[in-house]
Write a new protein. Structure first.
Length: 256
């Protein structure tokens, strides 16, 4: 059992009927969903400080719940119902993007376990959020997504499912309802137990300097291009001409 400080309003004022700033959690649950409310409270619960609660923050966490559903659809649309998708490739047989994502997942599991051991739930949840939204959705899924009109091969789907379901296990203590629902409907490896009864993810001790360096280079390149577009107010639909060395050009073309 954890005892936390006061839950205050967005201006960090103590809630009272006299001030009219009381936020009813039952109303928030009904409007935004229980998982979004749990997420908003937990990620704001830094040790030693009060929680500043606002509807805007809870609404932002509902967007994260929607992101989880949408992430599944990226590869789920290519899956056949009733088929058992399991990865057959070893770590060395994966491409750089896949190796990088597995490394990021393993590092996050280690970091989350350390945070939970110190009862820093907000830090643990923040790391899972960054892994899921930043690494998995913004980079990994975009890198493995097939071109328009093409299908995703079964081995790519199998790893995407493996990663997704491991992240559901990490998220489940914080967002139990949406994760349990996705665990039940996702047509991944056959299982008899509910998510709440599944084992906590295990570390594989994976490490690959080349994969981390390669994907790090891709992330830095795309981030720099996006920053220039934003600073110069260049429409995202307009193509850019990049001046690069022969080596950098060849490297970029591998990811085009």
């Amino acid at each position: 059992m954890l005892f936390r400080s006061l839950v205050r309003d967005a201006e960090r004022q103590k809630m009272s009927k006299t001030k009219g700033n009381v936020i009813d959690p039952l109303v928030l649950n009904e409007k935004y969903g229980t998982d979004a409310v749990r997420f908003g409270l937990l990620v704001s619960a830094a040790p030693g400080g009060d929680i500043a609660l606002s509807e805007e923050r809870i609404d932002a966490e509902r967007a994260f719940a929607n992101k989880i559903w949408n992430a599944f659809n990226v590869f789920g649309q290519f899956m056949e119902e009733g088929k058992d998708y399991r990865r057959n490739r070893s770590f060395g047989e994966l491409d750089f993007a896949e190796q990088w994502m597995l490394i990021r997942l393993n590092q996050t599991i280690l970091d989350v376990e350390e945070d939970l051991a110190r009862y820093r739930l907000n830090e643990a949840l923040g790391k899972i959020y960054t892994l899921f939204w930043g690494d998995y959705c913004d980079w990994y899924l975009e890198l493995i997504k097939p071109s328009s009109g093409q299908a995703m091969d079964e081995e790519t789907i199998a790893l995407a499912v493996e990663l997704f379901e491991t992240m559901l296990q990490l998220l489940h203590p914080f967002m139990p309802f949406i994760t349990e629902e996705l665990w039940a409907v996702a047509p991944g490896p056959k299982r008899d137990a509910m998510l709440v009864l599944s084992a906590w993810p295990k570390l594989d001790g994976l490490d690959d300097v080349k994969a981390e360096a390669e994907i790090g280079w891709v992330v830095d390149l795309i981030t720099a291009i996006r920053s220039v577009r934003a600073e110069m107010n260049v429409n995202a639909q307009l193509p850019l001409v990049l001046v690069a060395s022969r080596e950098s050009k060849a490297r970029a073309e591998r990811w085009a």
